[in-house]
Design a protein around this ligand. Structure first.
Ligand SMILES: C[S@@+](CC[C@H](N)C(=O)[O-])C[C@H]1O[C@@H](n2cnc3c(N)ncnc32)[C@H](O)[C@@H]1O
Length: 298
């Protein structure tokens, strides 16, 4: 019998195809249609984006040009516009249905300065145009080769440009502590399903119950420390790297106290940190001062 393929056996193109199929499904689209609700507008987006936009605006004598890469329904693009209405944003995603949610909101709220582009990340980033800011919101975990992705994005940056990754899971999501916490918070149907899985005898056929080609690293998490090291090896500098407790506002107050800063964010610069140490220090201080919950810098 042929051995089942592992996630690592698939190519980046196959993973892209799985994402295209996944984000074409009605139940996923309707989940993202809710994204305007305040419960999804997590405060860390506003704080990190505002700090970065102010940092960039101080260096540029023109509006900041930004990309919300794999932006889906445009969560990051709308926050960017909220933080700096002058900012010119380009929202890119491989799912037309996800982009439709953003198009609808742009029209309803008469928002100017957001271009919507249907396309995949590597194709978009392999073009000539340069941007001051490229944001990956809950996106890096959809790629097999994050370093290659971020390196390609760095090739699209203006001289002062920065990349921001936000809301990706760390490997802490694999820990018992996290799983227990997740279990306690889940509804009774999910609890039943999880318990059933726990007691189901293991078979060789399914190597990983959570196997989902598009979403694989949502379950495994990303080793962000390893990623930071690999980025440095290719000349990119995660000048700000934080782990924080993403989620509902009241949960973010509790999670750090039980060691659950489970998401990470990075501000990545192609410039060596020693060239602008003071500005980076200021950036970190602003984020620290504004964040309403405990988090940690790495
Ligand atoms: C978890 S959703 C995040 C959406 C949005 N950034 C947010 O924070 O709400 C992942 C998004 O990435 C898109 N995506 C996945 N792989 C992609 C790729 N290779 N190129 C472009 N978009 C991609 C999906 O269509 C989906 O909209």
């Amino acid at each position: 019998m042929e051995k089942p393929k592992r996630w690592t056996d698939y190519s980046e193109d196959e993973i892209l195809q799985a994402n295209i199929e996944k984000y074409d499904q009605e139940h996923i689209i309707s989940f993202y249609q809710d994204f305007e609700e305040p419960r999804y507008s997590y405060i860390e987006y506003e704080i990190i984006f505002k700090a970065v936009l102010d940092h960039l605006a101080a260096k540029l004598d023109r509006p900041v040009s930004a990309v919300d890469m794999c932006g889906g329904a445009g969560k990051a693009a709308f926050v960017l516009k909220g933080c700096d209405p002058a900012c010119q944003a380009t929202l890119v995603d491989c799912s037309d249905k996800m982009l439709d949610i953003a198009r609808d909101r742009i029209q309803r709220q008469k928002i100017e300065g957001i271009d919507v582009v249907l396309g995949d990340a590597f194709s978009f980033l392999n073009q000539e145009k340069k941007y001051d800011l490229i944001v990956f919101s809950s996106a890096v975990h959809h790629f097999k080769e994050p370093v290659k992705l971020l390196q390609t994005a760095a090739g699209c940056l203006t001289e002062q440009g920065l990349i921001v990754t936000i809301a990706d899971p760390t490997t802490l999501t694999k820990s018992r502590r996290y799983k227990f916490f997740e279990f306690m918070l889940s509804n009774s149907d999910i609890k039943k399903m999880k318990l059933k899985r726990m007691f189901k005898p293991k078979t060789d056929e399914i190597e990983d119950e959570d196997f989902d080609l598009a979403e694989y690293q949502t379950f495994t998490g990303i080793n962000d420390v390893k990623l930071a090291g690999e980025l440095k090896e290719v000349g990119l500098h995660p000048v700000v790297h934080l782990r924080y407790p993403a989620g509902e506002p009241y949960m973010t107050k509790i999670m750090p106290w039980i060691g659950l800063c489970w998401a990470f964010s990075m501000i990545i610069s192609p410039q060596a940190p020693q060239d602008n140490q003071l500005e980076i220090q200021r950036l970190k201080q602003t984020i620290k001062q504004e964040m309403p919950f405990r988090f940690k810098y790495l």
